[in-house]
Structure formats: C-alpha cells, structure tokens
Design a protein. Structure first.
Length: 238
C-alpha cells in the first residue's frame, strides 16, 4: 500500500532530512512512526502526499508513483491529519469542513450528511457540528480535524500527532476510534503509549534514517534503543 525505496530529501541546500529511506507498509497495517524532533516524520508524510517535491528515489501509494500528474488520484485515496489543526480547518464551521471532502468526491448531500453524522457520533462530538472553527478550543479543533478526515473514508490514513492537545477522555476516544479503523494507517507521534495502543509495528526514524523497524511492543520496550535516539519508554513500561 505504501512504499519508500531509497528515498532522500533535503530542503534546498540544507543537510538531508531523509537519507536512503526504504520501507513498505501493507494494506490494512497500522504503523507507528516515532523519532525525536527533527527526525523527519512530518517530512516523510508530506512527501507521500506530494506536498513536497524534489525527493530522489521512489515513493508509491497503492502502487501509484507519487508524482505531479498522479497527485489528484493519490490524495483521493489518502487522508492526512496535520500536526497543526489550524492549517487543516478552513471552512466556517465543523459541519462545513466535514462536508467539503465527501461532496467534492461526488457523494450526494444526503450521503455526505450520513457520513458526517456517523463520524460525529463515533467521536462523541455531535455538539461541535455547527460550531464555528474559530470559537472552539485547540483540543476540540483537533477532534474536528480528525473527524474531517474520517468523513472522507480514505484508503490510507496519515496522522501527525493525533492526540496532541486532547484531554484524557478525548484521547481515549481517538485511540479507540483508530483501533477500529480497517484502513492502512501511518501514525507519527511522541505519545508512545498511544502508538502502543494503536499500532502493531513501529518505524523509528533518527536523523532521517530508519534506525529500527519491527513489532511495536518489542521496539517500545527497548529502553537502550529508545534512549540512544532521544526517546523515553512509554509510561506503561516505565
């Protein structure tokens, strides 16, 4: 479903952010992407969506090369929860933001509304449906951004820090929702307990290179490995 083959990338003349990165993610896998700040996690996701260009190597999404001519098809298959929700919510209300994607994918208004209501109910956030985006809290906006992506029902879901700014109750709702999703998922986060709860496999990035790739519990129990790459054990194992 996702393939990076010898991918390297640098911002202009700076040092490479990603270096000779290769991995594959099969359909339906839930994979956690971990690493210290600056490891390259957000850059990797932006390259997969074609939000950044100029990488060497090969990137495939559902067998489709990530290139300018294929971006429309790739983005139809892929939903992306951005690290900063303010960059994702651009319509006046939560409802209008959630409707935007399904309507642009040519669903009828009735079908789109059914999707919106189903997602709002699943996330226990019906009360936000007609709220204005500029009048809700950071945590509520985070939930709304996640809801917007889920309403599109993409085949691939990318999430960049999905539990940031959430209170414990909403964090648990998001974790339970992620676990129920059958789509291919790539989740970047410093919340290693959330990664442990939602992902079977972990990719550890360090200075733009793949430092480890394996079962989530095995990697997240390895205190020496995590500390070598400026991470700490999940609270569960501390």
């Amino acid at each position: 479903m996702i393939r990076f083959q010898h991918v390297s990338y640098a911002y202009e003349t700076e040092q490479p952010v990603l270096t000779d990165l290769s991995f594959q993610i099969a359909a339906g896998e839930a994979v956690g992407l971990i690493g210290a700040n600056g490891a390259g996690k957000s850059t990797l996701m932006k390259l997969l969506l074609g939000l950044l260009s100029g990488a060497s190597g090969e990137i495939l999404a559902d067998g489709i090369p990530v290139s300018k001519e294929n971006l429309k098809e790739i983005r139809k298959k892929t939903g992306y929860v951005l690290q900063n929700s303010d960059n994702q919510m651009f319509m006046p209300t939560v409802y209008e933001d959630m409707m935007f994607g399904p309507l642009n994918y040519m669903l009828s208004r009735e079908e789109a509304e059914q999707r919106v209501d189903t997602v709002l109910q699943k996330l226990n956030m019906e009360y936000l449906k007609h709220r204005h985006n500029h009048k809700i809290s950071g945590g509520e906006k985070r939930m709304a951004a996640i809801a917007t992506v889920l309403a599109m029902e993409p085949e691939i879901i990318l999430m960049d820090e999905p539990t940031s700014a959430l209170d414990p109750c909403n964090r648990r709702i998001v974790i339970n929702t992620i676990r129920e999703l059958s789509q291919t998922k790539l989740i970047a986060s410093h919340d290693l307990d959330m990664i442990l709860d939602t992902c079977d496999r972990v990719l550890l990035l360090s200075d733009g290179k793949l430092a480890a790739d394996g079962p989530a519990e095995e990697i997240l129990r390895d205190q020496k490995l995590l500390e070598e790459h400026h991470l700490e054990l999940p609270l569960r194992f501390s």
